[in-house]
Design a protein around this ligand. Structure first.
Ligand SMILES: *[C@@H]1O[C@H](CO)[C@@H](O)[C@H](O)[C@H]1NC(C)=O
Ligand SMILES: *[C@@H]1O[C@H](CO)[C@@H](O)[C@H](O)[C@H]1NC(C)=O
Ligand SMILES: *[C@@H]1O[C@H](CO)[C@@H](O)[C@H](O)[C@H]1NC(C)=O
Ligand SMILES: *[C@@H]1O[C@H](CO)[C@@H](O)[C@H](O)[C@H]1NC(C)=O
Length: 965
């Protein structure tokens, strides 16, 4: 009998008996003994047994041996991966076309993000970058040309980069629009659920998928939510539609454990697996204290460790040929814990949500106790304060995946800083910017990198933070995150330098398949922005923040936020390139040589013009002289829509105004009066001054802000206040106590069952019946057209119903109602009707997004649609403002104006875009300020739109001071 036919496992390297190649075995073929077993001699090979004896080799020995051998495998790409000429993701139905991108400025990701190829070409075929650089493969090109399916695009020097990689996303598991039937991100079943898998809940119809692609995002790690300590396995997907339409088809390198069975497929090199962990508030809220959560981790990893030890012992016996020692035992494994055992075997990339010093320290300790590496800490608001702790991580420091500016919403995030990326980089810690979509809209992940750069992270690391660094952290940098030969054909052509605010993709390829309509979208933009203005191609020179950054570290994330100087004395501002000062002629200086001068006395402008006009020989000197370096002076920014002024830490009830009464749902306390009062409350009574968001807004040139609705309240009397005031009794603090009434139009949903008709009936009643009481009387003032009524509403049909209500009320009162729509994502559908009724619109968020079903008909804007909501409304003649959502966003609202301007493809003037974050909002809220009492902002290094400038001071006209920051 030949050996081969006797041994079922005689094929190749796995065919071993213990550590002995089969060929060396002594086979005993006596019938009866070998009914179910082969025997092999272990003596020679086992140090443990001094005497030769026979072992009973089980029939499934080959698979046991293969399994044991596989435990040592480490994840790696297949050999010669980069010489592939076709991708495993190549889809001939969608991606048959090859593409040659000519004359590109290619940021390759190489040389730590510093490598740029000017005037290079990129050849994409069958989902792979086949050739790239100045000397592309002409022979291959010729072949592809001959096939007649090559698209050739000359991008005329435009920036071309790899597709963006979002390391932290909930795309598909928190799909948009948000509907109760598809909330699959968080399991309520315990702090430890490593057996769950995000792919099992991934909704392929998430509207946000194509929006993210329109922002240049091509790959995302879909994480389970943060409500569990070990929340489940994460999966990395490509965001394009697939022919198969399944979530599985979206996965980049499905781990072997996903398909077929739960064990490894040893025929292919091992692939990385991914796991989500979290600690701190989000878990403690549900499952006890931080101590409980950390114990849950240790208990889980202890279980995994015991299992791993049992496996290793078992395999040690098998590999020593001691088959009798495992007689009757199967390989020790448990489906529930197998992924944690894989963590201990170093085959899982962990993404760990953790904010504070204590949490980071805990997890680093656990990584050392159980000897596993955490690939990345996410959110990690305090990571920048503890670089040494991070360096102590088992296996080296993790990457830190953070937001640029989404801080202070919760206590854990209170010390988050815009300077964290740079501080981490200075400490040699890899920095990743991420969206946590839908927390931030991943379409604007690039904006996170831009802000990191604006706050002084180097250009190469800022760009790496959304391409190469996340790809490395996720173990997929052999195929995405770089533009190199053999990499996935995930490519983005940008319309300007991607570090400039407002940059948009002109085309995005995923696996070689173009994702935007046409070959290159935004053709007109390419002419006006890229073709002519070379400046927009260059990396912006950002302001110097050294002092602020040092202070941020010194004060552990809570640096003082006070102006350096407050003066009533004369202040001379030189090198002013542009000034829009109400009451003065606009000043616009075209040449560097003729920059202008503005003089302040008592906080008011006493001259604006040329040096000769404002500083004639013999004029008195000034206490302060400021060089604006080609900067700008103009009206202050105005913030509307966020809880600014009502909170210190949004999610900490004790730092906010508390929950109000929703008159549709709750019985009002008797002490508040009768039903005519309807729970209408004045937000001015809850105003807080000196909040960090408020002070930062002030330092960002946002001197005026309005409260929006009080939490839980349907009717709020809105007030307008000064962000820099000390307290409400400060004579300049309250600009208008009852500026408007803010009404939320609710949709029947989770907490509410009131119908839209009932709400409009209530409004009709409130507007047409005079009621008593100071608060309720506000409605009569609205009915008389004395103050505006603000409707927070998105849906176009409800907007139409409100317009009908407006007309009905006006018919009775013969007065014009002053109506403002806030939110208004579908307002563009009724642009001319809205304009006709003289209704104002405040778009909030400024960049529309289909959060809820009511937003479904939103206008996504370029490059998806030719036009934006802003443009459609302005074209119709509507006064438009831009709102902000979070109090933390207020100080950077100037950049929302940048986006509105860029997305208008030059339909708007810069002045119009500026008015949307400043004077239009004042106007819509009926705020009237004397020209001489106006606040003004001083911007150094440019106007408010670009990344080269910063706000260096404000004048507070009513107070008669100039403040310098
Ligand atoms: C894209 O460019 C190719 C030529 O390279 C042309 O044949 C094709 O029509 C273009 N497609 C569109 C949608 O403009
Ligand atoms: C590439 O584009 C740049 C910028 O438009 C242009 O100056 C240069 O001449 C182009 N080079 C070629 C080879 O077409
Ligand atoms: C699963 O099994 C099928 C059929 O045997 C095979 O083609 C495929 O490659 C396997 N998938 C994985 C991920 O192991
Ligand atoms: C944590 O929980 C809060 C409150 O439920 C939620 O708003 C937030 O999105 C969660 N995630 C993070 C990253 O903090």
């Amino acid at each position: 009998m030949s050996l081969k036919s006797t041994l079922p496992f005689s094929n190749g390297a796995n065919a071993r008996c213990g550590n002995v190649n089969v060929r060396n075995l002594i086979i005993i073929t006596t019938i009866g003994i070998v009914a179910s077993t082969y025997l092999c001699v272990s003596t020679l090979y086992s140090p443990r047994s001094p005497y030769a004896h026979l072992q009973h080799v089980p029939r499934n020995a080959p698979s046991i041996l293969a399994k044991c051998a596989s435990l040592n495998a480490v994840p790696s790409p297949p050999p010669n991966f980069h010489s592939r000429d076709s991708s495993d993701r190549y889809d001939p139905l969608l991606g048959a076309q090859s593409t040659l991108i000519r004359n590109a400025t290619i940021w390759t990701g190489g040389d730590l993000g510093r490598e740029v190829i000017h005037g290079g070409d990129i050849l994409l075929d069958k989902g792979v970058v086949r050739s790239i650089g100045k000397d592309i493969d002409e022979k291959l090109l010729k072949t592809l040309k001959a096939n007649d399916n090559l698209v050739e695009l000359n991008v005329e020097g435009a920036w071309v980069m790899p597709g963006i990689v979002d390391l932290h996303s909930h795309l598909g598991v928190h799909p948009s629009p948000h509907l109760l039937g598809a909330m699959d991100g968080n399991s309520p079943h315990g702090p430890i659920v490593p057996w769950l898998r995000s792919i099992d809940g991934l909704n392929t119809h998430d509207e946000a998928l194509k929006l993210a692609v329109a922002g240049g995002v091509t790959t995302a790690q879909v994480l389970p939510g943060s409500a569990n300590a070990i929340g489940g396995q994460a999966f990395i997907i490509k965001l394009r539609p697939t022919t198969e339409r399944s979530p599985t088809a979206m996965i980049v390198e499905p781990p072997h454990t996903l398909s077929n069975d739960s064990t490894s497929d040893t025929s292919q090199p091992l692939r990385w697996r991914h796991l989500k962990q979290a600690c701190g508030e989000n878990i403690s809220r549900r499952y006890g204290t931080r101590m409980d959560v950390i114990w849950a981790f240790r208990e889980a990893y202890d279980t995994a460790r015991k299992l791993k030890v049992a496996q290793d012992d078992y395999c040690a016996k098998v590999e020593a040929g001691l088959w009798d020692d495992i007689k009757g035992e199967t390989f020790p494994e448990e489906l529930k814990w197998e992924v944690l055992v894989d963590v201990l075997r170093g085959r899982v990339r962990i993404s760990n949500h953790c904010y504070e010093e204590v949490d980071l320290d805990d997890l680093v300790r656990i990584s050392n106790e159980f000897k596993f590496h955490i690939a990345s800490f996410h959110h990690a608001a305090e990571a920048w304060l503890v670089p040494e702790v991070l360096k102590r991580m088992h296996g080296g420091p993790p990457a830190i995946a953070i937001f640029a500016n989404n801080h202070r919403k919760k206590r854990e995030a209170f010390r988050g800083s815009e300077f964290a990326p740079r501080v981490l980089a200075n400490n040699g810690i890899p920095v990743v910017m991420k969206s946590d979509h839908p927390v931030l809209n991943s379409r604007y992940l690039l904006y996170e990198a831009q802000q990191a750069h604006f706050f002084s992270l180097s250009p190469d690391l800022a760009l790496s933070s959304i391409f190469t660094t996340p790809a490395k952290a996720a173990g997929i940098d052999h195929r995405v995150g770089y533009l190199r030969k053999g990499y996935d054909a995930d490519v983005v052509v940008w319309d300007m330098n991607p570090l400039r605010f407002g940059a948009r993709p002109r085309q995005v390829w995923i696996d070689g398949i173009p994702q935007l309509g046409g070959n290159l979208s935004l053709v007109s933009a390419s002419k006006s922005l890229v073709g002519q203005d070379k400046g927009l191609r260059s990396i912006p020179k950002v302001p110097n923040w050294d002092k602020e950054r040092e202070d941020a570290v010194k004060y552990e994330g809570l640096p003082p936020l006070a102006p350096k100087t407050i003066t009533q004395n004369k202040v001379i501002i030189r090198s002013v390139k542009e000034a829009w000062i109400p009451g003065w002629m606009d000043v616009k200086y075209e040449s560097e040589k003729t920059l202008g001068v503005v003089v302040f006395e008592n906080g008011k402008v006493s001259c604006a013009g040329t040096e000769l006009a404002c500083l004639p020989p013999g004029s008195s000197s000034a206490a302060e002289e400021i060089d604006l370096r080609g900067g700008f002076i103009g009206p202050p920014l105005f913030s509307f829509g966020s809880p600014l002024g009502l909170e210190d830490i949004l999610l900490e009830d004790s730092t906010g105004p508390g929950t109000s009464f929703n008159p549709y749902h709750a019985d009002l306390p008797k002490v508040l009066g009768d039903e005519s009062n309807t729970g209408i409350l004045k937000s001015v009574d809850s105003l807080r001054f000196g909040t960090r968001n408020g002070l930062k807004a002030h330092l960002g040139g946002v001197t005026l802000a309005s409260t929006s609705s009080l939490p839980g309240s349907i009717f709020t009397i809105t007030s307008v206040f000064r962000t820099g005031a000390k307290h409400a009794l400060d004579p300049n603090a309250i600009v208008q106590e009852a500026a408007a009434i803010h009404v939320i139009i609710e949709r029947p949903s989770r907490s509410s069952s009131i119908s839209v008709s009932a709400q409009i009936a209530a409004l009709r009643k409130l507007l047409l019946q005079s009621s008593e009481g100071e608060e309720a009387e506000v409605f009569s003032r609205v009915a008389q057209g004395e103050i505006p009524i603000i409707f927070e509403v998105n849906n176009a049909d409800i907007i139409a119903a409100l317009i009908r209500l407006k007309k009905a009320v006006e018919l009775k009162t013969s007065k014009q109602l002053r109506v403002v729509l806030v939110g208004a994502s579908e307002a563009h559908l009724l642009a001319s009707e809205i304009a006709q009724e003289n209704i104002g619109v405040i778009l909030n968020p400024a960049k529309s997004y289909p959060n809820e079903w009511d937003d479904a008909r939103f206008l996504p804007g370029p490059p998806i649609t030719n036009t934006s909501s802003v443009v459609e409304l302005v074209k119709a003649g509507v006064t438009v403002g831009l709102g902000v959502q979070g109090g933390n966003e207020a100080w950077l609202s100037r950049f929302d104006a940048t986006w509105a301007f860029v997305d208008s493809d030059e339909y708007l003037t810069k002045r119009q875009a500026y008015q949307m974050v400043s004077t239009n909002l004042e106007k819509l809220l009926g705020i009237e300020i004397n020209d001489s009492e106006r606040d003004l902002i001083l911007v150094r290094g440019g106007d408010i739109f670009d990344a080269e400038s910063r706000v260096v001071g404000v004048s507070i006209g009513v107070k008669g001071v100039v403040e310098l920051f």
